[in-house]
Design a protein around this ligand. Structure first.
Ligand SMILES: Cc1ncc(C[n+]2csc(CCOP(=O)(O)OP(=O)(O)O)c2C)c(N)n1
Length: 554
């Protein structure tokens, strides 16, 4: 068995079923092995390595399994970085493989020569460089174990040409189910659980803030039960959307600077005890550490990553544990109570929505983002899988989409917020959840411009996806920031592109929508389409909109 065959056999043995990637000269032996061996894995050819890594990231988040991407040396390695960095920053388990020139050719001005390990080190949990074919299977197993254990994240494996072609012997190092996460679940310390239960019982007005760690751990049933047991509302970060069905009477919705709403933030400020579960206290969820204000609440934290505990806030108690195990342990000791009446949540929600109702019913042109939601949300099937880019899509969907089911149904890339995630993201989402139904990608025209080469991939694979472009002819989010700072609008405007015509040129069915009255039928046509479909929605620019973004509202 040569190194490439060992790579393919090991990936197969670990349970991988799909690899996203793009070919190169240094990857030729690996592709030969993928061709020769009856491995059952699907290779999805992408048109850009950035897309391959974003697809792998989305696949990982929606599937509960490691996302695998691959690209060649030099330009391929530099292009594949964004999705690796996003996955690592968002704790999505991803393994990135890059081929490289032969080790003997290093330091000789060889085409595509690059210190790959130094390039990947800051954006991964670990970067590996097997120096012989005999090592490659063990190294791959380690890369999967590292990605799926502890604080989850991305790993990278560099595969020199001679490692791919050398003799790997006959031994494979496979851990069955090695592509599932979390690989190991950590139990909480019993005395800390007791203390946390005591503080929560003493609370008059507790609030649970759930993050992506809840969804990664599959702890939504436990979090929902905790909310009902205590009688406490559950707010979430954007990544934590799915920690509880947002139609649940105790679900408050997303909080923070991007998609948080004032009435929800009032619940944070009025809470006496705040219990963070699987939630980093980063700048967005905490509105740069003012939501809540440090020192004004008793703060408890449960996280699988000890380095998150006590970061930015003076927390009273930090528990290191898997979210599912940790909350389950709490439930064993907590007596039922009703600290907060769920009618209060419903009342505040209704009052807030009434105050912005005019935007949701507006017949104005260009179409208001809120009016688009009025037409889209009731038509979305319950099992829609959604990727939302930064810009218009993220704050509006975070704020107003009431996720009907708990679990991972919605992803927006929040570690780096790179534009151009959703278009490739829907490909990864589809392969993660082929039976879920329609996959929906929502993006600005800026994001579309960054990733539109991937329309070919979506058409080639004939995926059941609906793509929506919020066509506001600008880098709207930045233009809105310019409005708030100084009204000095500088280098943020585009010319008007017809994204529907672009999609049609790739062979995708598409429709441009300019009038609010056309939205309903267009959305229905798109969702009912048996293949891919794109809607180019001519939308109100963000700097003129009432977007649910704290600093613009203020
Ligand atoms: C790769 C990348 N470059 C730059 C940015 C900075 N940025 C954040 S939002 C934004 C504008 C987004 O424009 P668009 O995709 O058209 O969406 P809109 O805000 O107009 O809805 C930019 C440039 C980014 N997030 N990612």
């Amino acid at each position: 068995m040569n190194g490439s065959e060992a790579i393919v056999r090991t990936l197969q043995g670990l349970g991988v079923d799909v690899i996203f990637g793009l070919c190169g000269d240094t990857t030729l032996p690996l592709y030969e092995a993928l061709y020769d061996i009856d491995h059952g894995m699907r290779h999805v050819l992408t048109r850009d390595e950035r897309s391959a890594s974003f697809m792998a990231d989305a696949y990982a988040r929606f599937s509960g399994r490691v996302g695998v991407c691959e690209g060649p040396s030099g330009g391929g390695a530099t292009y594949i970085l964004p999705g690796v960095a996003e996955a690592n920053g968002s704790s999505a388990p991803l393994v990135c493989l890059t081929s490289d020139i032969a080790q003997a050719d290093m330091g000789r001005g060889t085409l595509t020569e690059l210190d790959q390990n130094s390039l990947f080190r800051p954006v991964t949990k670990a970067t590996y460089s097997p120096s012989s074919a005999a090592e490659v299977s063990r190294v791959l197993r380690d890369a999967f174990r590292t990605a799926t254990s502890g604080a989850l994240g991305a790993t990278h494996v560099r595969l020199p040409f001679d490692v791919q072609t050398g003799d790997a012997g006959s031994e494979l190092h496979i851990r069955e189910g090695g592509d599932r996460y979390p690989a190991f679940r950590m139990d909480p310390e019993p005395e800390l659980v007791e203390k946390a239960a005591r503080v929560l019982s003493e609370a008059k007005r507790p609030l649970i803030i759930a993050g992506a760690g809840v969804v990664r751990s599959g702890a939504w049933d436990e979090v929902c039960e905790l909310a009902h047991r205590l009688g406490a509302p559950v707010a979430t970060s954007i990544g934590g959307k799915g920690s509880i069905a947002e139609t649940d009477p105790y679900a408050l919705g997303v909080i923070g600077s991007n998609g948080g709403l004032p009435y929800r933030h009032a619940f944070v400020h009025s809470a006496d005890v705040i219990f963070y579960v699987g939630c980093g206290l980063g700048s967005v969820t905490t509105e740069k550490w003012t939501l809540p204000r440090n020192g004004e609440h008793r703060i408890l934290q449960l996280d699988v990553d000890p380095e998150k505990l006590g970061l930015n806030y003076d927390t009273e108690l930090g528990i290191v544990a898997d979210a599912k195990r940790g909350v389950a342990a709490l439930l064993e000791t907590l007596a039922p109570s009703t600290k907060v009446d769920p009618a209060e949540l419903e009342c505040e929600r209704t009052l807030y929505l009434a105050s912005v109702e005019d935007t949701f019913t507006s017949d104005a042109m260009p179409i208001r983002p809120e009016r688009f939601l009025t037409e889209l949300l009731p038509r979305l099937p319950e099992t829609s899988v959604i990727c939302a880019d930064p810009g218009t899509a993220c704050p509006y969907m975070s704020a107003y989409y009431r996720l009907p089911r708990a679990g991972r149904w919605f992803v927006s890339p929040r570690a780096h917020g790179a534009l151009g995630y959703a278009l490739p993201g829907v490909v990864g989402a589809y392969f993660a959840r082929p039976d879920a139904g329609r996959v929906v990608g929502l993006m600005g025209d800026g994001s579309f411009g960054i990733s539109c080469g991937e329309l070919e991939t979506i058409v080639r694979l004939n995926l059941p996806v609906t793509l929506v472009v919020f066509n506001n002819r600008s880098f709207g989010w930045i233009k809105a920031g310019q409005r708030v700072r100084s009204e000095k609008y500088y280098s943020v405007d585009f010319s008007d592109s017809n994204h529907a015509a672009i999609a049609e040129a790739f062979g995708m069915r598409a429709r441009r929508v300019e009038k609010p009255a056309e939205l309903g039928p267009a959305i229905e046509e798109s969702l009912a389409c048996d293949g891919p479909h794109l809607l180019d929605v001519v939308t109100q620019p963000l700097h003129e909109a009432k977007a649910p973004v704290s600093k613009w509202i203020a």
